[in-house]
Design a protein around this ligand. Sequence first.
Ligand code: BEZ
Length: 251
Amino acid sequence: MTSSSWDPQRYQGRHSYVWQFGESLLELLQPRPGERILDVGCGTGQLTAEIARSGAEVTGLDNSPDMLAQARKNYPQLKFVAADAAGFQVPEPFDAVFSNAALHWVKDQPAAAASIARALKPGGRFVTELGGKGCIASIISAMRDVFGAEADQRRPWTFPSIGEFAPLLEQHGLEVRQASLFDRPTPVEGEHGLEDWLRMFCSSYFRGLSPEQTRDALRALADRLRPALYRDGVWTLDYRRLRVVAVKPNR
Ligand code: BEZ
């Protein structure tokens, strides 16, 4: 992941769907024994470990010390490095760069594209999934209702369209082979699922608020979002995903 204040226990406990959904992305990556693969925004390392199970030599990269500490505790046999997705250098290039549910947290996506392209060998591939244009539109709109003009300044994500993201890769010499933008309604556990999710992923909106103000804001958000997102005891969030496969051409 690519934000500095994360609660890794909460992330890997109630929010395991983040990498469970990411498992299908591994089918696109098709890691092979002996390949060198970089997992950008590896979080607590579950998909890094899946990649390692294929026999590939994998490195997890993240900029959150808390997430990395948990990843190292979970998988002491794997290699994890601290770095920012938007400005890293690698000592030796990789056969593939993989990134699941991380790049929408990166403010400078052009810089991330540059780092990723630089990290690939000629012929290497980049396989990613991130939140895409329109992701959690209902939540972003409710944030504007509750927090007013400040909401957009506090929004930590960038959700690009295919037309916005593909050129970032092309500008750094990558050839975009596949790109899709699709809805992926995402259920979150239980009656308090929305509140848990907001506390986990939306802390930038609540920064500086007292516990009472936070509680009131959470209540106001739930009231606004219930008609659209809550049905039969389940909150289902309006996620949209952008999946991209790109290749660095052989010279
Ligand atoms: C995600 O992890 O995929 C995600 C996080 C926050 C907002 C939308 C998506």
